[in-house]
Design a binder for this molecule. Sequence first.
Ligand code: AMP
Ligand code: MN
Ligand code: MN
Length: 320
Amino acid sequence: MAACLQNHQGPIVVLAHENPDGDALGSVLGLSRALRAIGKSVIAPMEVPHYLRFVVEPGEIVAPLSEWPADTLVAVLDVDNNDPVRVAGADLTTFSGPVANVDHHGTNLRRADAGVVDPSRPAATMIVADVIDALGVPWTEAIATPLMLGLNTDTGNFAFESVTPETFECAARLRAHGARIGWLTEQLRQKPRSYFLLLQEVLGTLEFLWDGQVVLARVDDVMLARAGASWEDVESYVGLLRNAEGSRLAVMIKDFGDRVKVSLRSSGGVSAQNIAVALGGGGHVPAAGATLSESYSEARRKIDQAVAAELSRASASTPA
Ligand code: AMP
Ligand code: MN
Ligand code: MN
């Protein structure tokens, strides 16, 4: 991966997944800053959500590309390059040049010209840190901080079961290079008023299913309008639902009218990934998602079916 980036003389376009999270943005910023430090020409197109803008320096992220510069190498981060619908920032289906991929999703098909896919890493930024080491770029606070952002957000502040001794070693290394963890945490905790007003709406849709093992909520644009909120405000609600005592699965459904996006978080032997894959999506075992191109009621039937199948699989394989 490092050799591929190092040897490429033309522009390097760095992309991540749609609806970018801290790991997607952190990976893009960390790699872009490192590549620019060794004189590479980098283009990083992304629509950065409001709550993550604090970490972006003026000019380093650009609007989505409408055409490919000549002699481009594409680096796709925190998403499978074989899933062009999920890759944002430029239309990968119209690109015929070399593609490098850094990802940690188990569902990755592992077809790229160069790449590292490692599902044992709880954040893609951990792999990006290794690539930066291999490139021999001198570490700076400006490179370490966005990589720490990815670690922070994808591990739920170093709280998930996915955290390994190596995760703390990486965090220690980034911290030693000056990563501003206190500043990151403080900035990420700030929520706009619309977040709370929308939460009030969403809690009105809360369902406890399967004897409380499943907690489900729904949000649509009418609720958004009433709260003066945006879809972005919804992102962290699923993390709240998973805190319900006795629950093994949290389901947050964004109802866009003609399609729905479902976010899944699981624990206690239940696989969010299995449910997401059954619905045509993907992700990790404890956190996964899918988009269904149908109305809520239609999608809801499929979701309920996939949830039922996974719960019976989980209870069959884990004796109570
Ligand atoms: P989300 O619920 O959108 O926060 O997604 C949870 C995890 O599942 C993230 O790691 C996403 O990258 C992944 N994911 C979400 N939706 C999809 C999808 N349609 N296909 C593959 N992976 C997904
Ligand atoms: Mn991500
Ligand atoms: Mn990630």
